[in-house]
Design a protein around this ligand. Structure first.
Ligand code: GTP
Ligand code: MG
Length: 320
């Protein structure tokens, strides 16, 4: 998507020369609305005052203005969700994984985080009546655990209605080699959202590079800063792009975290308040996994049981 000069000239604060400059440098009104006046002024070589007026006008035009609680309630109740293929898990999430927000899955190794992410790459493509939003997926793999073969196996499940060959084409996969690369991949996604109709962005996992590259107390401040920037970028994609952002997170031992069995998700408070939903996954001896919502400003603490089956995530173990 590009901006047309004519469209930009509808703004009172924009001259033809500025409109031409904007059209060359910005892809959408949203990206202008989210710029700082300082950045816009230096990018377009205009005064700070002019940049402020342009941003104010664009923000009003794209609806980034204060709203009322009843309007918010309407948005909340109409918010689309993506099914996990487990009605139990969808149930505790009030329908499924929400668009426009960040959802975090944390848990120890083998708890099912990656399997859930793979499943969501398929269900996002379903139509509304089947629990999807007819969108495509973007998967950032920072642990080198993405498996196309496993995805194909899930896509071939008899109860998954879409053509496996076609759905695999709608799943974009990018490996993140380090924390900086991970952040830049997220930045690149922004420009693909409309072009590729991306409705789910997965980061599996958010934590591993940050944790392995920043070791020791002296790096903590820098690490927290970078995580906050990364989180902010993810939030922007979720809200402005109306994308479901799903991240996985590792867990750490914490003797003080009594309520969660002495473990808690990594990355601390710099990250912790960002996800709208935080779901903790626990293993059992079987294919069953227990999901618990915690720390959510929107949902009560509840638990659900689902299974990791050969077909993917389901309520029941298949073949029993
Ligand atoms: P880490 O990334 O190691 O932290 O774990 P995770 O939470 O991402 O675990 P993952 O989603 O990879 O789940 C692993 C579990 O899923 C395994 O213990 C298996 O029980 C199950 N699983 C993984 N691959 C398959 C598969 O191809 N078929 C079936 N039926 N189950 C699988
Ligand atoms: Mg994993």
């Amino acid at each position: 998507m590009t901006l047309s000069v004519e469209e930009l000239l509808e703004l009172k604060s924009v001259t033809r020369k500025i409109a031409e400059e904007i059209a060359q440098n910005y892809r959408s009104l949203i990206s202008i609305a989210l710029s700082s006046p300082h950045d816009l002024a230096s990018q377009l070589n205009i005064s700070l005052n002019r940049a402020e007026r342009i941003i104010d006008e664009v923000r009003e035009k794209v609806g980034l203005i204060p709203t009322t609680a009843d309007e918010l309630l309407e948005i909340e109740t109409k918010r689309p969700t993506i099914t996990t293929m487990s009605t139990n898990l969808d149930g505790i999430l009030n329908g499924g994984i929400p668009l426009g927000m960040i959802t975090e899955f944390s848990g120890s190794f083998g708890s099912g985080k990656t399997q859930l992410c793979l499943q969501l790459c398929l269900t996002v493509q379903l139509d509304k009546s089947e629990g999807g939003v007819e969108g495509s997926a973007y998967f950032i793999d920072s642990e080198n655990t993405f498996s196309a073969a496993r995805l194909a196996e899930m896509a071939n499940a008899p109860d998954y209605p879409l053509e496996p060959k076609k759905v695999l084409k709608n799943i974009h996969v990018a490996k993140a080699f380090n924390a900086d690369h991970q952040a830049s991949l997220v930045q690149q996604v922004e420009s693909l959202i409309e072009e590729e109709n991306i409705r789910i962005l997965i980061v599996d996992s958010i934590a591993s590079h940050f944790r392995s590259e920043f070791i020791g107390k002296e790096t903590l401040v820098r690490r927290q800063q970078l995580i906050m920037q990364h989180a902010q970028q993810l939030q922007k994609i979720a809200e402005i792009g109306q994308v479901a952002v799903v991240v996985t997170n590792q867990v750490l031992a914490n003797p003080d975290a009594v309520l969660s069995g002495n473990i808690e998700p990594a990355l601390g408070f710099a990250w912790g308040h960002r996800p709208a939903h935080r779901i903790f996954l626990r293993k059992t001896r079987s294919t069953a996994r227990i999901a618990r919502i915690f720390d959510s400003p929107y949902l009560p603490e509840r638990e659900a049981v689902f299974h990791i089956t050969p077909y993917g995530i389901r309520d029941q173990p298949i073949g029993f």
